[in-house]
Ligand binder design. Structure first.
Ligand SMILES: C[S@@+](CC[C@H](N)C(=O)[O-])C[C@H]1O[C@@H](n2cnc3c(N)ncnc32)[C@H](O)[C@@H]1O
Length: 208
């Protein structure tokens, strides 16, 4: 178990262990007070837990990895949050199960949607074990999951809603900004962290 920015986190060998990219989003989370938040690719649940601790009204975390959902639920309880009252976790490949989830929770659209995406350009030889691979593998150009997310996210966001994406300069900052613009968002890079081979970036987009 680790404590990251006052959040207790139990890790699991098949789930992404929060790293600098996770912390960059924790530190730069927009104001979520009284907001309904969706955390896509929740992993250990760290962003969802942070959002509730920062005053969100309701938070839903989703992940394609069933081990992530199990771990995120355990972490919500570990942090003494009200699991299944104001913080919820569900397995879903991006928005595939959102219809069912929205009906269950009586939510229409979200005020804020977060996604610390699997953003690394990954060749066949670089792939990891199935479940952990989901955390890193952005396909050959790093954009496989992110582009799908940007294509679909507008259907789940309220008018004037906000998206925060974590990605790498290797994924292409301009490509992300351009695609968001094409889908009717006003988008910009709001934070970054430099590493020897890449810059990890927070992209903030507003639905207009
Ligand atoms: C870089 S990790 C981020 C985990 C956590 N949000 C954090 O900030 O530490 C990316 C997460 O996205 C999930 N993921 C990858 N592809 C997905 C998909 N198609 N649908 C939902 N989740 C996905 C992975 O399983 C992984 O948990």
């Amino acid at each position: 178990m680790r404590t990251i920015k006052n959040i207790l986190i139990k890790i699991h060998p098949k789930v992404y262990e929060p790293a600098e990219d996770s912390e960059l989003l924790l530190d730069n989370l927009v104001n979520v007070k009284n907001k309904i938040v969706l955390d896509v690719g929740t992993g250990t649940g760290i962003q969802a837990i942070n959002a509730i601790k920062r005053g969100a009204k309701k938070v839903v975390g989703i992940d394609i990895n069933p081990y992530a959902i199990k771990t995120a639920k355990e972490n919500a309880l570990l942090n003494k949050l009200k699991l299944n009252e104001d913080i919820f976790f569900f397995e879903s490949d991006l928005f595939k199960n959102m219809g069912e989830i929205k009906n269950k929770l009586n939510i229409n659209r979200f005020d804020v949607i977060l996604f610390n995406a699997p953003y690394l350009p990954t060749s066949k030889e670089e792939k990891l074990e199935k479940y952990l691979n989901y955390a890193f593998d952005g396909g050959i150009d790093g954009r496989k999951v992110l582009d799908r997310f940007i294509d679909e996210v507008g259907d789940y966001l309220k008018e004037n809603g906000i998206i925060q994406i974590v990605q790498s300069s290797l994924t292409g900052e301009e490509k992300t900004l351009k695609l968001l613009k094409k889908h009717g968002f006003r988008a910009k890079k709001t934070a970054s962290m430099k590493f020897p081979y890449e810059e990890v970036q927070i992209i903030l987009a507003k639905h207009i």
